[in-house]
Write a protein that binds this ligand. Structure first.
Ligand SMILES: [Zn+2]
Length: 422
């Protein structure tokens, strides 16, 4: 059954919370009435007679978080994660919509496979899942997949994530077609031909040289590009200039690139190995500046579950990636909001409203009439991250034992409680 078709829960009122909705410019005490799966009323004089009351005093009521970049591993890698465990972990992290990448087996590069995955999503997902399809057949970086047919079936995001499209001519063709079809190409920018481990994966130049090339291609083709997981200061500067010129680009940064640096790799070993790797404090400062001035539009987790065997090997052999759903909000609340003083609305805009806007995804606002996709946050809860309590099937986190302040308290999709941390 699709999330949208689930029977809406009883009428609920989220009472006395601090309601934060960047889209409506709202940040203050209010009640939120949920009826028939939708936001029915919001304000200080809500008539909630007959509704189930949830006292949200001291909590923040925000639009459900939206993750434009994750890996759910099904089909093909169910020993790492499934649509069920992945979306339960997403709900635990406050996410109500996630975009799943295409590096699956089989790769969703044609309609029959895409439809098969859609069916799995309808049967198993507890939050909304938008499945991306690959740009090239079988992620080989050579021939384009059947983008026109997939677009007609509703696909709006194409990505070879995990891999760089190394042939300029292939990206050129893809962008020409994407422009015609009005879809987004989401790019993982690391030129693997410049391979050298520095010290965990590719050198900074691998990323910003790839971005520089692809901005030049975009300038010629037109179309719309989203740059995934920026990690270097130079990348931010390239995109800042491209936006000033008016190129149709958006970009994202991951929580780990904002909160971890090289010494964490030494401490956490292969559980801190990802591509692109974490960098320096200077890079972190520039990534935050980029997020603040709008060069970087959104924060995305790149949730990438791996089995113990993928990580319990030497560093150069270990798989890239970390789980991210269940640590994203607490680590960012701690580092960005509590420690650096950015407002909750600033964070929620980048973790919910903006991803909804730039990818035209469901959610991102608490406007009356919209689906009741909501995250309630306990901003003051002090706790220690423990991977053994993750709802994800995998445990590959560099945050094990990290003390954090703030947690998800309640997640609702379509008015139904999908995570209850009360
Ligand atoms: Zn990637």
């Amino acid at each position: 059954m699709r999330v949208e078709d689930t029977r809406p829960a009883a009428t609920i009122v989220l009472k006395n919370g601090r309601v934060i909705d960047p889209v409506q410019g709202m940040d203050g005490s209010a009640d939120v009435l949920i009826d028939a799966g939708k936001i029915a009323a919001i304000g200080s004089k809500v008539n909630y007679e007959g509704a189930k009351v949830v006292d949200c005093s001291g909590k923040w009521v925000v639009p459900g978080l939206i993750d434009a970049h994750c890996h759910l591993r099904e089909p093909g890698f169910e020993h790492k994660e499934t649509i069920e465990t992945g979306t339960k972990a997403a709900a635990r992290g406050g996410f109500t919509t996630v975009v799943a990448m295409a590096n699956l087996n089989p790769v969703p590069d044609k309609l029959i496979i895409y439809n098969r995955i859609q069916k799995l999503i309808e049967e198993k997902a507890v939050v909304r899942v938008i499945q991306a399809c690959s740009v090239t057949k079988d992620l080989k970086g050579r021939d384009l997949c059947d983008m026109a047919t997939l677009t007609a079936a509703g696909v709006r995001i194409f990505s070879d994530d995990g891999l760089y499209i190394d042939r300029a001519a292939v990206l050129y063709q893809a962008l020409k077609l994407a422009q015609k079809l009005n879809v987004v190409i989401s790019l993982h920018e690391e030129d693997a031909t410049l391979k050298s481990y520095w010290p965990t994966a590719y050198e900074p130049v691998n990323e910003f040289a790839a971005i520089a090339r692809d901005l030049e291609i975009l300038r010629v083709t037109g179309g719309r590009v989203h740059f995934q997981h920026l990690s270097t200061a130079n990348s931010v500067e390239l995109i800042r200039r491209a936006k000033k010129e008016g190129l149709a680009v958006t970009s994202e940064v991951c929580p780990h690139h904002l909160t971890l640096s090289l010494p964490d790799v030494t401490r956490q070993g292969t559980n801190a190995k990802m591509a692109p790797p974490v960098r320096t404090q200077e890079d972190i400062a520039e990534l935050i500046r980029g997020l603040d001035d709008g060069t970087i539009d959104i924060i995305a987790t790149d949730h990438a579950p791996h089995a113990p065997d993928d990580k319990n090997v030497t560093f150069d052999l270990a798989a890239n990636g970390i789980v991210g759903f269940e640590t994203a909000l607490p680590t960012l609340l701690t580092k960005i909001v509590h420690e650096q003083g950015f407002s909750p609305a600033w964070l929620i805009e980048r973790m919910s409203s903006k991803p909804a806007q730039i990818f035209d995804l469901p959610g991102g606002s608490l406007a009356v009439g919209s689906s009741a996709d909501i995250c309630v946050i306990d901003p003051q809860r002090e706790w220690t991250i423990d991977k053994n309590k993750f709802l994800s099937k995998s445990r590959n986190t560099p945050y094990q034992g990290t003390n954090v302040t703030g947690d998800v308290w309640l997640t609702l999709v379509n008015g139904n409680v999908v995570f209850d941390g009360r």
